[in-house]
Design a protein around this ligand. Sequence first.
Ligand code: 5CA
Ligand code: ZN
Length: 440
Amino acid sequence: MHSWTSPDIPLLPGQAPTPRLFNQASGEIEPAPGTGGTAGLYVCGITPYDATHLGHASTYLAFDTLNRLWRDAGLTVDYAQNVTDVDDPLLERATATGVNWRELAASQTDLFRGDMEALRVIAPTSYVAVTEVVDEIGAAAAQLVEAGFAYTVPTPDALQRGAEDVYFDAAHAESATSWFLGMESRYDHATMLELFAQRGGDPDRAGKRDALDPLLWRVAREGEPEWPSAVGSGRPGWHIECAVIALKCVGENFAVQGGGADLIFPHHEFSAAHATALTGQPFASIHAHTGMVAYQGEKMSKSLGNLVLVSRLRAAGVDVRVIRLALLAHHYRSDWEYTDADLALASDRLARWSAAAQDAGTAVPADAEAGTAAGTVAGTGAVAGAAALTLLGSLRAALAADLDTPAALALLDGWFAAADAVPALVVDAVDALLGIRLTD
Ligand code: 5CA
Ligand code: ZN
């Protein structure tokens, strides 16, 4: 599926450090170096029935920052993102509103693409809808049954008599692979049971071998979309879609699997389990998660309806750079509650930075600055150029330390407040690392 158009990103001089990220699986901040000059990234995409709210935007901006840091460090980034365009909540919304589910998904995915492009988020290399890879998901489910990692469960309401849903056998995966329950989340069993029930799981389903075994393939029911497969006509479970799309587009044991913290369990635990059962390899090196953005006292979510939509802010005339700055002002791992004050602060910050960048009027070309270390540029330009290189080093160090965007913004606040000359290098650094262009 087509994604969106990526922004132009200026190249910055000098060496950038390898970014380090908090890994949910180890509980530690670890380097994310990629392998052979390439970093693989898979980030869970939207379920397109109400897009794009500020929680989504915050999550995709966090991984956009990582993408920018990797590129700045000279790596090629292999980035895949899915669209969960067939799933229970989407089908329920379509039925409730009398809209065709495919049309609902297509319209919301379009809105999302437009928002991402406007926010200058680098487009994924592969943007894949579940409906594009249903055959491959069905084949993966069949492979897991064949290899003893999955079993069927009596399904009295199946459209076809005798057809049965397919479940993943977590205990078998624990005994036969390097994966184990808690490998990714580090949650205890009681927490897993609670979250499994809250987040789309069915702990009480009769016939399962274990309450936590997740659905791999749902055989067709009356009125539900279905696709033929070797495990019966039906549709994919949730975790297997991300395992299959990531393996197809980014490969085995890639650098970073990402998403919001609401996906730590069961989604990312079992995506990793399915992928390891399919390949015998670890899924990803680092499992990274963003904090939840709340609004009006609760997590901003489509199901609750407490949404601040990027498209609505844009329609109201809010500068997308203000939206970016409002989100980047919070550390990606913190949970926080959005209020209008976030936009006001970001608007004020953008005004200060832009005024400094425009008014200085003594802009030094980026190539001149790069030569300042050798003392090739005279006068104010040389001093400003050397200071700009120091600032660039500090920005890179802050961001490489678990994407500390609030620290980066604070460094820039100080720099712009004191600057009487704004070299082009600073404008380029803010653009390349934070996605904000201060001058035309
Ligand atoms: N399609 C699945 C992932 S395979 C899904 O979770 N879709 S979603 O539309 O609900 O969310 C899309 C992404 O935004 C996920 O990574 C999710 O963790 C993240 N997200 C959702 N709500 C918030 C929020 N309030 N704050 C931060 N991130 C959020
Ligand atoms: Zn996912």
